[in-house]
Design a binder for this molecule. Sequence first.
Ligand code: ZN
Length: 440
Amino acid sequence: MTLRRTFFAFLSLTLATSAFAQENRCASLRLDEVLARIDGAKMKQTVEKLASFGTRHSLSDTKSGTRGIGAARRWIFDELSRYAAASKGRMTISYQSSMQSGPRTKDQPAEMINVVATIKGTTDPNRVYVATGHYDSMNSDIMDPIGDAPGANDDASGTSEIMEVARVLSQYPTDATIVLAAVMGEEQGLFGSTGLADHALAEKWNVEGDITNDIAGSVEGSSGAIDNRTLRIFSANTLPIGDSTSRHWARFVRDGARRWLPQVNVRLVYRLDRYRRGGDHAPFFDRGFPAIRFTEANENYRHQHQNVRVENGVQYGDLPQFVSADYLKLVASTNTVALATAACAPSAPKNVKVAGAVSDDTTLTWDVGTDADLAGYEIVIRETTGDEWERVIAVGKVGTFTAKDVRIDNYFFGVRAIDTDGNRSPVRTPDEPIRQTKWR
Ligand SMILES: [Zn+2]
C-alpha cells in the first residue's frame, strides 16, 4: 500500500511538472499543429490588400489613408497588432526607423520605417532569428513615386509570408526570440534591412539566422516553366575553404524542410544572390550574421519592375493574379519550420577549433553552452568534396572530442548542439586558412 500510495503521489507530481513544462515547451514538438494553421488564402488576401494601395514606392505619399507606402505601413502595423493581441503577450509590434540616402533617394536623407513583430524567447531571448519581406514596390522607373506599382510578388508575397508566420508562431513559446519584419527601401538600396541589421548590432542581438523572403509567391516563370514545389535558398561563403555560417543555416533550413515538409523541394544555391542582383539578407550577411534568401523556382521577368500594361496581347506588371495562395503557404511553412526548429534548439556551438596537423588523430574543441535544456553535442564529418554530412557521432556534454585514426587532412569536421528533446542546432565548423604559414 505504501508503495502504491508513493507511486501515485510520484505520478501526480510528475504530471503536474509535465503540465507546467508543456506550457513553456517549444513549438517544434507540435509543429504539425503549427503548420496546419498556416492559411494560404489569407496570405493571398494580404497580397491583394497590399496591391490595392496603388503604389508602395518608398518615396510615395505617406499622408493618404488609401494610397501610398504610409497607408500600407499603417495597415501592416494594425494587422500585426491584431495578431499580437491574441498572443498572450508573447508578441509585440513596433516601428524601427533609420535615415538612409543614395542615388535612388536623389542623395537626400529619407526615413526608412520597418514594421517589426517580436516574439520574445522564453529562456534565451537575446538569441534572435530574423525573417523579412519588403513591403515597398517599384514600377519600370525606380524614381517614379506616383505611378501604379502593385508589387504583388515583389514583394507583397514575402510581406504576407512573414505576417502569416507572425500570426501563427506567436501562439507558441520558443526558447529564442523570433523577429518578423516588413522592411522598406529594398528597391532604393536595401535601406530598411540595412537599418534593421545595424539596429541588431547596436542592440547586441545574437542573430543566429536571417531569412529574406523576396519574389516568393509565383509558380510560372517567364520561360513558361511551372514549378509549385521548389523553393530556392541562396547562401554565400565567406571563407576560402570549408563552410560559412550562412551555408550551415541554409543546410539546417533544408534539413528541417526534408523532415517536416516532404512535399517541398528545397534547392540550395551557393551564391549570395541571383547573378548581379541583391536582397535584404545582404546587409545581415555583411555584418557577419548567417543570412539566406528564399525565392521561387522560376522568376517571371514580365511581372517584375514593370509598368502595368498589355503589349501584343501579353500582360505586364506585378499583379496579384500571378501569385499562388498554395505557393505562399509552402514558403510560409518553410519559414515556420526553419524559425521554430532553430528557436527551439540550443544555440550553435561557439569558438569551434580543430587541431591535428601531422597526427593520426583529429581533435575538436568548443565552448560548452549554457542553454537550460542542453543535452550534449554531435560531431559531424564529411569528405571535402561532399555537401552532406556523412557521419554523426554523439559525444555527450563535453567541450572536446578526439576522432582517433581520422586524419584532419582528408575531411571537414563540424559540431552541433542537441537538447533534451532531440532538437539540434545548426552546425559550426572551425575556420580554415587556405595556406599554412610554414612551408613544408
Ligand atoms: Zn524584391
